[in-house]
Design a binder for this molecule. Structure first.
Ligand code: NDP
Ligand code: HSE
Length: 404
């Protein structure tokens, strides 16, 4: 079967490499070869093993009836949305690593795929090389998903690990993540949480059956985490991790949030470091399942793309039943209405804190200034917490971080 790769960067070149290196294995499994007929990119790649397949013209791929499989690894929504839609309409199967595109237009593209009896698969869009979307849809298909949470961004987990375990400065850790091919073209999407938000939306759409838009999910990145809070976390049995979290509420809606969390050391998520991702899914029948592996990087991500290409080849005539329903603005509960436990750090009088919060858990840190107060609240809504904090006389708040 003939294939095309669109975008020959970190992921696309990995797809090419795997299709060439593991060609015999793939042919053995499928009973036929996957042959790369085109590689679309804006740049030239002199001397590259696939140089003679390069094109700069998307229409070459679209017009070629021999090409049945396309891997989109260009990133962004323009022109990726238009290209993907036209390929699906032309009866070609498309796989993608582009979570921005899926989180924004997943519902529309899946609908187009269904209308044209082709597959649109994007296992690489969440967790890089970690199998999560297919297991969630297929292997856990007999469950109502109750909750999922996890580390969904390799770059920020890599940065946090380097900074706090190895004392590497932020800028150096980010530069290294970029050099290793982990970061987004604009790494603000990693640092400020937008990338985790997109992945959380894709997981939530599959888990709960309706398209969840990134704009519906309150999102905070790692830019405000202070080394002092990491010290408090470590001294008191926690790690700080950037998480995507989503759960079904009793009112039938979902609560979704992207933010740094204090994670108890005994939770598997706390042990996930470097570029690795870890995702816990809780189903009503299976209970807790944990997924772990490399969340970014060329070959791990491409491994998921190539598996999707193989799945498309195996389901070339009978499309896989995969997808979710339309947006429903009322389906996502305002996070402000949801209760969470918080770590709070500030400067003030501990007795004043006790008067308002009662017998909460106070945390200690060797060498901390005498007027520093740090504690973990009971479960409360953020607005109730803010009101209580405002009621404490002379308390200056330095940090407020959710606790898992
Ligand atoms: P890269 O920037 O390394 O690769 C993208 C390639 O696509 C570049 O060579 C780019 O060319 C090319 N391209 C962009 N627009 C066009 C266009 N209109 N026509 C032809 N070629 C185009 O990105 P990555 O490989 O890192 O990421 C690709 C996608 O995969 C993104 O959506 C990313 O979020 C996602 N992803 C990345 C992972 C990773 O570990 N890197 C992991 C999981 C998902 P040029 O450089 O000239 O713009
Ligand atoms: N920039 C992303 C990350 C790539 O670091 O996780 C994988 O989606």
């Amino acid at each position: 079967m003939k294939a095309a790769i669109m975008g020959y960067g970190v992921v696309g070149s990995g797809v090419g490499e795997i299709l060439l290196k593991n060609a015999a294995l793939i042919e053995n499994k499928l009973g036929e070869k996957i042959e790369i007929k085109y590689v679309l990119d804006l740049r030239d790649f002199p001397g590259d093993v696939l140089e003679n397949r390069l094109t700069k013209n998307f229409e070459d791929i679209l017009a070629d009836d021999e090409v049945k499989l396309v891997c989109e690894a260009m990133g962004g929504t323009k022109p990726a949305y238009e290209f993907t839609k036209r390929l699906l309409e032309a009866g070609k199967h498309v796989v993608s690593s582009n979570k921005e595109l899926v989180a924004t237009y997943g519902y529309e593209l899946l609908k187009t795929a269904k209308e044209h009896n082709v597959n649109y698969l994007f296992e690489a869009a969440v967790g890089g090389g970690v199998p999560i979307l297919r297991p969630l849809w297929q292997c856990l298909g007999a469950n109502h998903i109750e909750r999922f949470y996890g580390i969904l961004n390799g770059t920020t987990n890599f940065i946090l690990t380097k900074m706090y375990n190895e004392d590497m400065p932020f800028d150096e850790a980010l530069a290294l993540a970029q050099q290793l091919g982990y970061a987004e073209k604009d790494p603000t999407a990693d640092i400020a949480g937008a990338d985790v938000c997109r992945k959380t939306c894709i997981l939530a759409s599959i888990s709960f059956g309706k398209h969840i838009d990134p704009a519906q999910v309150q999102t905070q990145g790692i830019q405000d985490i202070h080394i002092r809070d990491v010290s408090y976390a470590k001294a008191n049995g926690y790690e700080i991790k950037l998480l995507g979290f989503c759960e079904k509420l009793e009112n039938g809606k979902i609560d979704a949030i992207v933010a740094p969390f204090f994670v108890p050391k005994e939770n598997q998520i706390a042990t996930v470091s470097d570029v690795f991702n870890g995702i816990v899914v809780v189903g009503d029948m299976v209970d807790e399942v944990f997924f772990y592996g490399r969340g970014a990087g060329s070959l791990p991500t491409a491994s998921a793309c190539v598996a999707d290409l193989m799945d498309c080849a195996m389901h070339a005539d009978k499309r896989k039943n995969f997808g979710w329903g339309e947006r429903d603005a009322a389906f996502v509960e305002k996070h402000a209405n949801c209760k969470t436990t918080y770590f709070v750090r500030g400067e003030g009088d501990i007795n004043e804190v006790k008067k308002v919060f009662g017998d909460v858990t106070f945390l200690s840190l060797q060498g901390a200034p005498l007027d520093e107060v740090a504690f973990i609240t009971a479960k409360e809504t953020e607005s109730a917490l803010d009101k209580k904090l405002a009621d404490i006389g002379n308390l200056h708040i330095s940090a407020k971080i959710r606790v898992l």
